[in-house]
Design a protein around this ligand. Structure first.
Ligand code: PEP
Ligand code: MN
Length: 263
């Protein structure tokens, strides 16, 4: 590693008003997919009330099946922009194809590169050439070294505003969707200067595990968390079983507030 190697100072990454790596625990929340204007605005308003740092929502969705809902694309990003302006929360959304970068650029404060694209080297290089922060998610079968080298691909092009996200790796157990590797948090921080967050929604696939894993991430030194929240998870077009409803999210935020000062 050259550009992201730990060299004493930790890197702070700013995405609008959200700052990763300054000692605060950043909470990113929102639906897996932007499903429509109303659901997104309702969710954003609720999240804002609970002091969420940043809004997430996918418009270009990397679905396992080509027959599943693929996202609202630019229409969805227009709702995202509206939600952002209404609430003042910065937003993060996934980019899947380097050819989409100019299209997506004006609508987001941070580019998300998803697990399935962690080694899409053309995409990594492309976001590396732009001046917008990047949320890079760990590949579903990526080693720590693969993950760090993927971040290095972005940084080598000039953009080292990168936040690493541990989102679970494929294990052998079918109770959980993935195995959230909590040890990756301190390890990544030992090896690189980049902020590290966790995604307990994709990391476990189970809503009941989101709160305990969020607390585990905080205790392990994570700089934040990304959580899927939906107004009605049972009706969600994607990832309902790992999404919190508003009440569960409120409980999580209360608990976080209670324990945050301990770490
Ligand atoms: C997501 O966060 O919307 C997502 C698709 O996650 P991952 O890339 O980690 O599967
Ligand atoms: Mn999802």
């Amino acid at each position: 590693l050259k550009h992201i190697k730990k060299n004493g100072n930790r890197k702070q990454v700013k995405a609008g008003s959200a700052i990763f790596g300054n000692g605060n625990f950043v909470v990113i929340a929102g639906p897996c997919a932007i499903e429509g204007r109303e659901m997104l605005i309702d969710t954003a308003k609720h999240l804002k009330l609970k002091s969420t740092s940043m809004l997430r929502g996918g418009a270009f969705k990397p679905r396992t099946s080509p027959y599943s809902f693929q996202g609202l694309e630019i229409e969805g990003l227009k709702y995202m922009k509206e939600a952002s302006e209404l609430t003042g929360m910065p937003v993060v959304t996934e980019i899947m194809d380097p050819r989409d970068i100019d299209k997506i650029y004006p609508y987001t404060d941070m580019f998300q590169i998803g697990s399935r694209n962690m080694q899409n080297f053309a995409l990594l290089r492309e976001v590396g050439k732009h001046d917008k922060p990047v949320l890079l998610k760990r590949g579903l079968a990526a080693t720590i070294e693969d993950f760090l080298l993927a971040a290095e691909y972005i940084a080598v092009e000039g953009n080292s505003d990168i936040v690493l996200c541990e989102r679970g790796i494929r294990g052998f157990d079918s109770y959980t969707r993935n195995t959230l590797d909590i040890s990756a948090v301190p390890l990544l921080k030992e090896l690189s200067m980049l902020p590290v967050i966790i995604d307990p929604s994709h990391g476990t696939g189970l809503r009941s595990l989101i709160l305990p894993m969020t607390l585990a991430g905080l205790a392990a030194g994570a700089d934040g968390v990304m959580i899927e929240v939906h107004p009605c998870p049972s009706q969600a077009l994607s990832d309902g079983e790992q999404s919190l409803d508003f009440n569960d999210f409120d409980r999580l935020m209360e608990k976080l507030m209670e324990v945050e000062s301990c770490f």
